[in-house]
Write a protein that binds this ligand. Structure first.
Ligand code: SF4
Length: 687
């Protein structure tokens, strides 16, 4: 039995894997004991990688829909026909009629996003989209606005952590284990701020805000820290601008005001503000996307930036630290035409002339449906299942109906592939060589890289996604932009600009450290903002039409902002809760995982349940102005009364049906996925 060391691309953690292969077949997967991150441990998902890889739901061959049914076709036929259709559509509607969507933002699977984007731009379309257009990017953007760069959390060196809307037991199990262990050894203080009482909440101080009021708490913390002189005077005086404006801004935003807004007692806000200010090695640690997806998402992030800055925790151990990042080859093709959302969301698309490589995803379905600003008639989804995971499913499906070409590229026959004109089989990450561990510097503050090695040959007729885009590119006459023939050639090219060679990574299958963290980096290079300092107040944001200082903004469907809607829909919907067993819509075909978590539940508090006469395990309706789903109730004290938390990615209870893609963060354009109005419906069991 051969052992191949690689890394796991199922999620952003990229844990080390030892894969065992016999007669060309994957037979066992274990965590790599010597891997610095997971040290031999695996989450539930990776333990079932063998079953997932050989799932009967694998898409085996290229499929074409004929008279509503899929028929097997050859790769040549599928690619020739798709290329011909793309040529036709370009002539008819212009190149921008193509939109490509990828499930990876380019960290856990770098090539998937890079080639997707390269193809769209080679075709001449600006319309490349990925989940960063609805998730996470505002976190990066806010830090670029404030610091001019992207300092990241360094929890392993922290002596105090605020888990703010973050449940690492579900999404970062290694960090959760580390936090639990160190809290119990009295090496770490923990504060949890979350509408849901997550498992780690019992290890520290727990605050349970009303959904969508996190900025109010953060602003009140600033009020306390400034009023009581607890800020880092030396850092603020020398390295921050806008402190006077901030002081004035938060003067009236007292803990008592925040208590009224958030429901969190003022003495608790004062207490955590003092604790946080008094520990230098402290980090605010947020969930992936969680607080970005409230209506005040971008400004929530700005609040956290400011809290970290005025207490002197930037570029300091245990705080937010600038980690060296590897510079992989840039596969982007320059294009003049602007992203969708460029004019509507200028902060997101134009801040400091840094245009993100993708458009505002909230605009994508609108262009499909309305044809404005131009019709999107060709849509490619790769490595993703947006029919289930894109917010506002109804509108997304309405958009698909307007298409003249819809192609899904995925290892599995997903709900999205089922709807496509062509379903093309991609191989899984275990069947190709590529860039591994690229996100370590971003998500774990460790400058480390590893080669993701092919473990088995591609199953059936599946191909690496990069090669599918390349084949299509050649057929459309862009062969010079897609010269690579093998995984190894692609990887070699990607690493060619990085300072680490492909061969070095082959020689070091365990991976390599490529840099060292420089604490207090700002003393040598300052901050890459217009002022060269931390910009607590941002004049550039104001120039682009958004407030230069963050405020609390009520979710537009809350009872405070919209009492009318609250009469009919008095509860508050939170979507996107995670479980360790699954990631998004993936792996629901794995029986071992389904045995662990057979169905989704909506978390509701006993007070909420009583109001609707609903008991534990009862099938109930959850309704919003957009529609209703049926889901079983999990009645628990571990959630705030009035809040309804539903995981996403379940076909039988697709929570994205309940969202409205026109309810957005006014600054970033993100679709609001948390804090919307809903109600419960007692179902008639006889029907
Ligand atoms: S946490 Fe993510 S990267 Fe680590 S083993 Fe689980 S799925 Fe793979």
């Amino acid at each position: 039995m051969e052992k191949i060391q690689t890394d796991c691309a199922l999620c952003i953690n990229c844990c080390g894997l030892d894969c065992y292969v016999e007669d060309g077949k994957l037979v066992k997967v274990e965590g790599t004991p010597e891997h610095w991150l997971n040290k031999g441990a695996l989450c539930a998902k990776a333990k079932f990688l063998v079953e997932g890889t050989y799932s009967p739901n694998r898409l085996k061959y290229p499929m074409k829909k004929v008279n509503g049914k899929f028929e097997r076709v050859s790769w040549d036929q599928a690619l020739d026909e798709i290329a011909a259709k793309l040529k036709e559509l370009k002539e008819k509607y212009g190149a921008h009629t193509l939109a490509t969507w990828t499930g990876s933002v380019g960290v856990e699977h770098f090539e998937m996003a890079a080639f997707n984007q390269r193809f769209a731009k080679a075709y001449g379309s600006p319309n490349f989209f990925n989940p960063e257009g609805i998730c996470f990017r505002t976190r990066i953007l806010a830090r670029q606005i404030t610091f001019g760069r992207y300092p990241v959390e360094q929890p392993r060196n922290a002596k105090l952590i605020i888990l703010w809307g973050h449940n690492p037991d579900a999404s970062y199990f290694v960090i959760a284990n580390d936090i639990r262990e160190r809290v119990r050894k009295n090496e770490l203080e923990l504060i949890v701020i979350d509408v849901r009482k997550i498992p780690l909440a019992k290890e520290g101080i727990y605050l349970q805000p009303r959904p969508g009021t996190d900025a109010a708490i953060a602003l009140a913390m600033m009020n306390v820290i400034i009023n009581e002189g607890l800020y880092d005077k030396e850092f603020v005086d020398n390295w921050c601008t806008g402190f006077d404006k901030l002081t004035e801004h938060v003067k009236k935003l007292t803990p008592e005001w925040a208590e009224e807004v958030s429901g969190v007692p003022a003495p608790e806000i004062k207490r955590i503000a003092r604790m946080f200010a008094n520990v230098k090695e402290a980090s605010i640690l947020e969930g992936v996307g969680h607080l970005n997806q409230y209506q005040n998402g971008l400004q929530n992030e700005r609040c956290f930036n400011i809290l970290m800055a005025i207490t002197g925790k930037i570029d300091r151990p245990g705080g937010w630290v600038t980690c060296p990042q590897i510079r992989l080859a840039d596969l982007r093709v320059p294009i003049e035409e602007k992203n969708l959302g460029y004019d509507e969301y200028p902060v997101f698309h134009q801040f400091n002339k840094r245009t993100p490589p993708y458009g505002s995803a909230s605009m994508m379905t609108e262009a499909m449906i309305t044809g404005k600003p131009y019709p999107i008639k060709a849509f490619f989804s790769s490595g993703s299942n947006p029919a289930l995971t894109f917010p506002d499913t109804g509108r997304f499906l309405d958009g698909l109906k307007q298409l003249e070409l819809f192609v899904s590229i995925d290892p599995y026959m997903t709900e999205t592939s089922e709807l496509a004109d062509y379903a093309l089989p991609a191989c899984t990450f275990l069947e190709e060589t590529g860039i591994g561990g690229f996100p370590y510097a971003i998500s774990h503050c460790v400058p480390y890289i590893i080669l993701r090695k092919k473990v088995i040959e591609p199953l059936y007729e599946s191909r690496p996604i990069w090669s599918i885009w390349s084949e299509l590119g050649r057929r459309l006459g862009y062969g010079d932009l897609f010269p690579w023939k093998t995984d190894e050639e692609v990887a070699e090219h990607m690493f060619s600009t990085s300072g680490v060679t492909y061969q070095q990574l082959v020689d070091h299958p365990e991976g390599l450290y490529f840099g060292e963290i420089e604490y207090e980096l700002f003393k040598r290079v300052g901050f890459a903002t217009a002022s060269g300092k931390v910009e607590l107040y941002s004049a550039e944001m104001e120039r682009l039409g958004a407030p230069g200082l963050p405020s609390h903004v009520e979710p537009e469907q809350s009872y405070r902002a919209n009492p009318e809607i609250a009469k009919k829909y008095p509860e508050t919907l939170l979507t996107g809760a995670r479980h360790q067993e699954f990631i998004g819509a993936q792996m629901k075909d794995v029986s071992g995982l389904m045995a662990l978590l057979p169905e989704p539940h909506a978390m509701i508090h006993p007070v909420t349940a009583k109001k609707y006469d609903i008991i534990e395990g009862e099938l109930m309706g959850v309704e919003t102005p957009r529609g209703m789903i049926k889901i079983k109730a999990n009645v628990t004290e571990d959630i705030r009364p009035g809040a309804v938390s539903i995981p996403h990615g379940w076909a039988a209870a697709n929570v994205n049906i309940l969202l409205d893609s026109r309810v957005r963060d006014k600054v970033s354009g993100y679709i609001t996925m948390r804090g919307n109005a809903c109600r419960l419906v007692k179902l008639d069991p006889s029907r």
